[in-house]
Design a protein around this ligand. Structure first.
Ligand code: NAD
Ligand code: IPM
Ligand code: MN
Length: 342
């Protein structure tokens, strides 16, 4: 029996987690894939219950799980609180050593017409975001008259994420774009040099470098040029929310996070969307596709993953969309349409 720890979290988190789990249940019925769900408090809800966004029992359960599903955390009510839900997310990634965050973008035909960007056909790339280093995890100091955030990367941290990107490229179109700000930042100079060194180990994969500012531009003007993008933590955070605009919404963007401790985590790239919380209109597709990534990457259930992904495509083909894509479907209706097409 496969053990899946679920962290529904805050805002729309519980709504899309329930939707995703109902798709998983329907898809795996009468298959050999069996699992048990272990729901745990995490984020704001865990602050309310335990005074800690990552309670010890949640962390222990996550460490012992075969895979972790996270919906979303965060809420404006903690904006001035001494401890924020987001600290729990960073602590969880760090504690599980989840250094490689995989954020794919492939745009379904029907979504191409809904995209606010023209010419998005054949967009198919993946961003490999470094997830446990950089400015997120450096010293932070907030004083009345100044503030400090330190961006630090060790050569080993850079090497392992660049290698991860080259390995990913070998299973794709064999092109890596390393994104940095080496015209200014020391961390980027080291990143750039190490990318060149690692490229020597992968003569079958083509490496190019791109500065992060012009990369942000190219993602909109020439998104087809990318296959695998690899970049540091903060740049990857920003570029992937930007990339979601190609698909028309954050609500279809899944991700996986891998480390060297054996357990991986799957989550939408978006947040808890407090502006639509409780309205029953959140797009569940980001969660559903995160579950498909879990089936493929943690459980090697390729057929099951494809079945779910195809069902999402079929629902789109029938013009069933939630409001973020200009449609009328509620979360429940979108979920039912996906289940109907399994
Ligand atoms: P957000 O990603 O929550 O929302 C941005 C916009 O996208 C909103 O208009 C929202 O309604 C929309 N959106 C996001 N997901 C959607 C979905 N599934 N369906 C339909 N619309 C969707 O970003 P934000 O508003 O800047 O942040 C809100 C909170 O979420 C903050 O506390 C932030 O720290 C947190 N956050 C958490 C995660 C995470 O849990 N991994 C990720 C990003 C942000
Ligand atoms: C994400 C989120 C998080 C991040 C926040 C909530 C800490 O934006 O998963 O993309 O910046 O990594
Ligand atoms: Mn983000």
């Amino acid at each position: 029996m496969n053990k899946i720890v679920t962290l529904a979290g805050d805002g729309i988190g519980p709504e899309i987690m329930a939707a995703g789990l109902s798709v998983l249940k329907a898809a795996s019925k009468n298959t050999t894939f069996t699992y048990e769900i272990d729901p745990r408090d995490f984020g704001g809800i865990a602050i309310d219950h335990f005074g800690n966004p990552l309670p010890e029992e949640t962390l222990n359960a996550a460490k012992q799980a075969d895979a972790i599903l996270l919906a979303a955390i965060g809420h404006p009510k903690y904006n001035n609180a001494p401890v924020r839900p987001e600290q729990g997310l960073l602590a969880l990634r760090k504690a599980l050593g989840l250094y490689a965050n995989v954020r794919p973008l492939k745009i379904h035909k029907k979504l191409q017409n809904l995209s606010p960007i023209r010419n998005v056909e054949n967009v198919d790339f993946v961003v490999i975001r470094e997830l446990t280093g950089g400015i997120y995890f450096g010293k932070h100091e907030l004083n009345a008259d100044n503030a400090i955030d330190i961006n630090e990367y060790s050569a080993d941290e850079i090497r392992r994420i660049i290698r991860f990107a080259f390995e990913t490229a070998r299973g794709r179109d064999k092109r890596v774009t390393s994104v940095d700000k080496q015209n200014v930042l020391a961390t980027s100079k080291l990143w750039h040099k190490i990318a060149d060194e690692i490229a020597q180990e992968y003569p079958d994969v083509q490496l190019e470098h791109q500065l992060v500012d012009s990369c942000a531009m190219l993602l909109i003007t020439h998104p087809q040029k990318f296959d695998v993008i690899v970049t540091e933590n903060l740049f990857g955070d920003i570029l992937t929310d930007e990339a979601s605009s190609l698909a028309g919404t954050l609500g279809v963007m899944p991700s996986s996070s891998h480390g060297d401790q054996g357990v991986s985590l799957y989550e939408p790239i978006h947040g808890s969307a407090p502006d639509i919380e409780g309205k029953g209109i959140a797009n569940p597709v980001s969660m559903v596709l995160s579950i498909a990534m879990m089936l493929r990457e943690s459980f090697h259930e390729i057929a099951l993953a494809e079945r779910i992904e195809n069902a999402v495509e079929q629902a789109f083909s029938k013009d069933i969309f939630t409001q973020d894509l200009g449609g009328k479907a509620t979360t429940a209706e979108m979920t039912a349409a996906i289940i109907d097409h399994l």
